[in-house]
Structures are given as structure tokens and as C-alpha cells.
Design a protein around this ligand. Structure first.
Ligand code: SF4
Ligand code: SF4
Length: 377
């Protein structure tokens, strides 16, 4: 059955960023210039066809925007300044909101006020939990003496329980959205018959792409990949420590600087700061295609990451220099920034792209194996 045309598709996509879609006349230069395009996966031109014709279902089932790593080569070659690289970026935002069944992703991308309010509400809830609900409330402790007793003030078992609940919610939302991505890309196409073995053999590649995001390397700008990778591993390391190893990380004892607990923390902090400064400078200078068109959500993510890292560094120094009041206040500030960043960014916004990209490669390989089987059979 022919696909129904949605005449409002352009208007819907414009809410995620401005693009010159009508200007594309399908010369194919962008596809020719793209270092990542392959036979049967012709992007970015195919996405222009979907947008111009209002093929909403075709767009929702497309993998192409996730296979693009925004090197910008296509935009430089476009004779109509239709900026295909940025179009891929806009479509990643749009698809993120299509996969998200809660509708929050759409709200956060379309109105930054929704994102500010969500961050404020989660931050306020965390602050109240740590100060008012916490039986060792900060006001009581300010009058006491006896050095920094972080686990007495914020019992690690309670904090760990809280972050486990948060992790389960975030993970559940992200997994359910990935399943919806799978539905749109694979399940909805009834002609696709994926060999069971392909699901299993593709897992190795999925893990590898998740850990390395190595398709970035195929673009010319290698330093972009390198720093993005350091930022991603630092961010993921912190996430894993907080979610699974908090009792090992939040100890009363201050270990020597070479203790693995501190070394891992220093690596993550260094990687985060390096990545944050690099991407701030890139976005402010606007010299590369990838940084010429920053969306509000790009800035919100970077600012939250910066505040979480800075408050984490200050917390660490206040603690090792034995300043209890400053440590407790900074702990609350750190959590009031870190938790909203995780809750808002991981399932609904910028961070979710890190999960969708490797799954897109996985689904693309599944599709290829189905087509190969059809061809042979
Ligand atoms: S190079 Fe520009 S005009 Fe040509 S197909 Fe790509 S987006 Fe369209
Ligand atoms: S930005 Fe780079 S990877 Fe993305 S479509 Fe254009 S040329 Fe390909």
C-alpha cells in the first residue's frame, strides 16, 4: 500500500531546527561526498526526498541520520547551500522524539522552557531530599563539629538506593525507546525476514560501536573523534561508578592519590573537562560545520555537564582539605545538578544519541543480512 503523505511534515521538523529543505534539487553531490554512505544506504539525499514529499513513515523508519557522524563534508559540496549535514542533525532530534513514547523528548526539543522547568523541578526535589527529608539535615549538621563525615551526613546506602531507582527508571525508558526504534526500522517492515543468526553475530559489532563510536574516525577530523571518545568514556565511567559502585566511591576515608578510586575519578574529571572546554570553544568559534548551528539543547547539555564536573571538583577539594560545611553544601549542589542532567539528558535528549547510533549500525546490518537472504533465496 502506498504511504500516506503528511503535508505538515516540514512544519513538524522545523520545530527541531531550521533547514533549507526546499532548496535541494537532488544533484547527489552530498551522497558522493559522504565518507560513510554505502550501497543501498544513500544519505543524506534520501532524507530530503522523504521531507519534501511528506513521507513521515519512511522518515520514521530511516536509519540514515544515525549513520551520519556530522563531518560536514556534504554541506561543503552542496551547490544549493541546503546544509545536508545539519539536516541529519535536525533529523536525529526529530527521530529521538519519535522513538520516545512519553512525549517528553519532543517537549524538551521544541520548547527549551520545558527543559529548564524539568531540570529545575528535579534539582529542587533532590535538594529537598538531601536537606529537608534527610534526617541528618544540613542545618543540624552545621552546628556540629568533628571534621567531614560525608557518610554520616548523606548515608551512602540511602544515596545508593536512590541512584539505583533512578538508574532503573532511566535504563527502562532508554531501552523502551530503543525497542520503539527497532519497531520503526525493522518490525514495521513486514517484508524483512531477519535470519536469527544475524541478531547474535551482530552483537559483537554493536558492543564495539558502542564502546568506540569508531565511525567518527572515518570522517577527516580525527581530533574530534578522539576528544569525543575521551568525553564519552569519562561520562560513561562516572555513570557506571555512580550507578553500581557508589559504596566503593563515596567513602569516609580519603585514600592516597594513586588509589584506583581516586585515579578513576581523576581520569573521568580530566576527560570531562577536556571535552567540555573543547566543545565550548568549537561551538563559540563556529569554524567547523559541526559547530556552526548550535541548538539550545546542545548548550544545555554542555552547561549541565560543566556545572556537574565543576561542583564535583570543588566537592573533592573541600573534602580532602577537611571543610565540613563547604563539603556538605557542595554535595547538595553537585547532586542538584548531576541528577537532573542524568534524568533529562540520558533518556530524552542529547545523551540518548550515544545509544541510538550503535543500535542504528546494528539494525542496518540486520537489514542488510535480510536483503542478502532475499537476494539469494
Ligand atoms: S548536494 Fe545539496 S542539492 Fe545536492 S542532493 Fe545533496 S542536499 Fe540536495
Ligand atoms: S555530515 Fe559527513 S557523515 Fe554526515 S551525511 Fe554529511 S558527509 Fe556524511
Amino acid at each position: 500500500m502506498a504511504e500516506r503523505v503528511d503535508p505538515n511534515l516540514v512544519k513538524q521538523i522545523e520545530q527541531y531546527g531550521k533547514g533549507a529543505w526546499a532548496d535541494c534539487f537532488h544533484c547527489g553531490n552530498c551522497t558522493g561526498a559522504c565518507p560513510l554512505t554505502e550501497e543501498k544506504v544513500l544519505f543524506p539525499r534520501k532524507s530530503y526526498t522523504d521531507i519534501q514529499l511528506g513521507l513521515k513513515d519512511s522518515l520514521a523508519s530511516s536509519i540514515e541520520p544515525w549513520l551520519c557522524y556530522y563531518c560536514g563534508d556534504c554541506s561543503k559540496q552542496c551547490p544549493r547551500d541546503a546544509n545536508p549535514g545539519e539536516t541529519m542533525m535536525i533529523l536525529r532530534r526529530y527521530l529521538t522524539s519519535i522513538y520516545d513514547w512519553t512525549g517528553l523528548s519532543r517537549k524538551f526539543y521544541v520548547s527549551h522552557w520545558w527543559e529548564y522547568i524539568a531540570i529545575f523541578i528535579v534539582g529542587l526535589a533532590v535538594t529537598l531530599l538531601l536537606t529537608v527529608v534527610n534526617p541528618n539535615g544540613i542545618v543540624m549538621e552545621l552546628t556540629s563539629s568533628g571534621g567531614v563525615q560525608i557518610n554520616k551526613m548523606f548515608p551512602v546506602e540511602w544515596v545508593h538506593l536512590g541512584d539505583t531507582i533512578m538508574g532503573l527508571c532511566i535504563g527502562g525508558l532508554l531501552i523502551s525507546n530503543i525497542f520503539r526504534m527497532y519497531y520503526f526500522i525493522i518490525l514495521k517492515d513486514k517484508t524483512l525476514k531477519i535470519p536469527l543468526l544475524s541478531y547474535i553475530t551482530g552483537i559483537k559489532d554493536l558492543m564495539m560501536h558502542f564502546a568506540t563510536q569508531k565511525r567518527f574516525k572515518e570522517c577527516d577530523n580525527k581530533s574530534y573523534w578522539g576528544i569525543h571518545w575521551i568525553l564519552m568514556t569519562s561520562y560513561s565511567l562516572m555513570f557506571v561508578i555512580i550507578m553500581f559502585f557508589l559504596p566503593w566511591f563515596q567513602t569516609e576515608e580519603v585514600h592516597n592519590w594513586y588509589h584506583p578510586q581516586r585515579m578513576l575519578g581523576y581520569y573521568a574529571t580530566f576527560g570531562l573537562m577536556l571535552g567540555i572546554i573543547y566543545f565550548f570553544v568549537l561551538r563559540i568559534r563556529k569554524e567547523h560545520e559541526v559547530s556552526k548551528n548550535s541548538h539550545v539543547s546542545d548548550w544545555i547539555f554542555l552547561i549541565l555537564l560543566f556545572l556537574s564536573t565543576l561542583s564535583g571538583i570543588l566537592l573533592h577539594f573541600f573534602r580532602i582539605y577537611g571543610l565540613p560545611v563547604a563539603t556538605y553544601y557542595m554535595y547538595v549542589i553537585h547532586m542538584a545538578v548531576l541528577v537532573p542532567m542524568l534524568v533529562v539528558e540520558v533518556p530524552f535528549s542529547k545523551w540518548s544519541h550515544l545509544a541510538y547510533r550503535p543500535f542504528a549500525v546494528y539494525f542496518s546490518q540486520l537489514k542488510k543480512s535480510a536483503l542478502l537472504k532475499q537476494h539469494r533465496g
